[in-house]
Design a protein around this ligand. Structure first.
Ligand code: SF4
Ligand code: ZN
Length: 308
């Protein structure tokens, strides 16, 4: 199997594009896809400070690599990599170590912030107490809040997330099948600035998970290979298998879902991002009186007091 662009041996067949690529052309293909999509999502200023959320897993480590490749030579552009330690045994500590080492190698500052400090509760504590909701329900909401709060604290103008196309298509499908238009409307990328929210940018949203894996392998990008011990409980697992099955019949299905989202977003965005209030407990923006993060914290505290 030869590369469509040169005579070298191809390492991948990209079915949705009808091409086969060698190592160099595959790297070029992904790099230009990422660069092109960032340009569509945001116009960074030369002196912006941005926060890159780096869990230490394969996606965020590729994100860090790409951000450095694209913006590393912008002199006054400040990139700060941050790992949120949710308090899951020593899982995230191991991830954070790899994220910290790679950031250092690239000359990007790296910090670790914790649920313990920002929420007061860890994901392990929640998992012990709440037998009904999955730890991921808490963890995802709290991570979003912690990143938003921290970005504001340090004056970051954007939060950059390493979601790949598989993650993204799953999130769209989850919200569609749950009928949750509000959440669908608030998915990144955020092209408009809303008071209290630091806009989130998702440069890898057109890169398939399998492409991330291959890129990291051929470019030698390190990452923590194990999954979170709670990952098997995540409700998105169902959507992952469903979309992977669909992909066998239609290799472009994940792109179609993303295109569908891009087309409808402008029509739903305005209705679900206006009239935001400040959470009565923490002051973060919310549609209701209390934000989802505080609602979950209250739920946890109530359950915990019943367990005692
Ligand atoms: Fe949190 Fe669930 Fe992700 Fe683990 S799998 S880090 S519990 S959201
Ligand atoms: Zn709140």
């Amino acid at each position: 199997m030869h590369c469509t662009k040169c005579e070298k041996e191809a390492i991948i067949e990209i079915k949705y594009a009808g091409i086969k690529l060698c190592k160099e052309h595959f790297i070029q293909f992904i790099d230009s896809k990422v660069k092109h999509d960032i340009k569509k999502q945001v116009h960074f200023k030369k002196d912006d400070r941005i926060l890159i959320a780096v869990s230490g897993g394969k996606d965020s480590m590729l994100l860090l690599h790409e951000m450095h490749k694209i913006f590393g030579n912008w002199k006054n552009f400040e990139m700060i990599a941050v790992t949120v330690d949710e308090g899951i045994g020593d899982f995230r500590k191991k991830c954070a170590k790899i994220a910290g080492e790679y950031s250092k190698k690239l000359g990007i500052q790296h910090r670790t912030i914790t649920f313990r400090d920002y929420i007061g509760v860890t994901t392990d504590e929640v998992a012990r107490v709440d037998k009904e909701l999955t730890p991921c329900t808490y963890c995802g909401v709290w991570r979003r809040k912690v990143l938003n709060v921290y970005a504001k604290e340090i004056g970051a103008r954007y939060i950059v997330l390493g979601l790949n196309l598989d993650d993204f298509a799953q999130s769209i499908m989850m919200n569609v099948l749950r009928g949750d238009v509000a959440r669908l409307a608030r998915l990144a990328p955020h092209l408009r600035r809303i008071e209290g929210f630091v806009p989130r940018i998702v440069p890898l949203r057109k890169v398939l998970e399998s492409e991330v894996r291959l890129y990291n392998e051929v470019a030698g990008i390190p990452y923590y290979p194990k999954r979170c011990p709670y990952a098997h409980l995540a409700s998105r697992n169902f959507y992952r298998s469903f979309l992977n099955d669909m992909e066998k019949r239609d290799p472009a299905v994940k792109f179609s879902i993303l295109n569908f989202f891009d087309r409808i977003k402008p029509y739903i965005e305005k209705d679900f991002t206006k009239n935001l209030k400040k959470c009565k407990i923490c002051g973060e923006p919310t549609m209701g009186e209390i934000c989802k993060a505080c609602e979950l914290k209250l739920r946890y505290e109530k359950l915990k007091s019943c367990v005692k």
